[in-house]
Design a protein around this ligand. Structure first.
Ligand code: HEM
Length: 327
């Protein structure tokens, strides 16, 4: 900022700038404990409902974590993933989102919150708190969730299609897609660690098993013994079978996903691609060597970073009464 004529007013401007920048960089109006005065029991209510859900349907931890990611990457974290469309043209109708589940859990949380504090807690904040609570329920370290998001009123199938990262993405695309949303290379590798939970449909990776380059071959970056095992589970056009992403511990938040990457036993090109960048590879090596010395803490930090993408705060957007429709 150059100070051409009036030195004093320019100095004042610079001081104001210094104060403004951290505000902008800090998730534009989000803060930990946003509902402390307006709905003090908000987070406890979410935690209680998620505790009940996890005790009867633990397999929903993966989908509920993924739901927050898919919300944030399309139009920012503003709850557009939850909106219904009478013509099936919403984000949730988009092919990458057809495998999402757990919307009824979000509705259940919302109903409980509306009962306690009507019209107060946004659906986008619910997604962020639920994501934290499911990872903690599966073994992750707890972290403070920033709240204060408001809900958007647009949801588009095509936007989801163009904005969600495909499983065949290479490292260049992955880094660019994350950077575009203000997320670092470290956030990319840390958040990919979310694949320690949950399952994938065969259809998300069968291209790696059959006819990878059009010659009836499989992806050489996939361990050949693992290819053989996966082929037993997934036939070429299988649209329904589910495969564990981190076999043996899909309901436990641990570092086994990172162990599997150098062994070439991960399902997606986007997973193995994390070996193609020196920073992401170094992170994986470190977590393996140290038994995940920093992963649990890093995950909370990166989730907070992800939760800041494109948020609506202040008077922007609205607090939906029902998460699947605009007010
Ligand atoms: C880096 C780019 C990413 C790509 C390309 C990707 C891709 C995928 C794909 C294709 C599936 C399987 C969907 C299915 O067929 O059912 C999946 C599942 C999953 N992803 Fe990702 N993902 C990425 C990042 C993330 C992030 C950042 C998170 C959360 C922090 C996440 C959490 C999950 C979880 C928990 C599941 C399991 C869902 C379930 O059990 O139904 N992913 N991902």
């Amino acid at each position: 900022m150059a100070c051409p004529k009036i030195f004093l007013s320019c100095l004042l401007l610079q001081v104001m700038f210094l104060f403004l920048v951290p505000e902008v960089a800090h998730g534009q109006g989000l803060k930990v404990g946003f509902y402390q005065k307006t709905c003090p029991s908000a987070e406890a209510i979410v935690k209680k409902v998620i505790g009940e859900v996890m005790s009867v349907a633990p397999s929903l931890s993966g989908p509920l974590l993924r739901m927050h990611f898919h919300d944030c990457f399309v139009r920012g974290c503003e709850g557009s993933i939850l909106l219904n469309s009478s013509t099936n043209q919403a984000e949730k109708d988009s092919p990458p989102n057809l495998s999402l589940r757990g919307y009824q859990v979000i509705d259940r949380v919302k109903t409980a919150l509306e009962k306690a504090c009507p019209g107060t807690v946004s659906c986008s904040d619910i997604l962020a708190i639920v994501a934290r609570d499911v990872v903690v329920a599966t073994g992750a370290l707890s972290y403070d969730v920033e709240t204060g998001r408001r809900d958007g009123n647009v949801s588009s199938l095509t936007e989801a299609l163009t904005n969600l990262v495909p499983p065949n993405a290479n490292i260049t695309t992955l880094k660019a897609d994350f950077a575009q949303r203000g997320l670092s290379v470290k956030d990319l590798v840390v958040l990919s660690g979310g694949h320690t939970l949950g399952t994938s449909h065969c259809s998300s990776f069968t291209d790696r098993l059959y006819n990878f380059t059009g010659k009836g071959d499989s992806d050489p970056k996939l361990d050949s013994n693992y290819v053989a095992r996966l082929k037993l589970k997934c036939k070429p056009n299988d649209q329904t079978t589910l495969v564990e992403m981190d076999p043996g511990s899909v309901r436990t938040f641990d570092i086994k996903y990172f162990d599997l990457i150098p062994k070439r036993r991960v399902l997606f090109t986007s997973d193995i691609a994390l070996l193609d960048d020196s920073q992401t590879k170094a992170y994986i090596d470190l977590q393996i060597k140290t038994g995940g010395s920093t992963f649990f803490k890093d995950f909370g930090v990166s989730m907070v970073n992800m939760g800041r993408i494109g948020v609506l705060t202040g008077t922007a957007g609205e607090v939906r009464k029902v998460c699947s429709k605009v007010n």
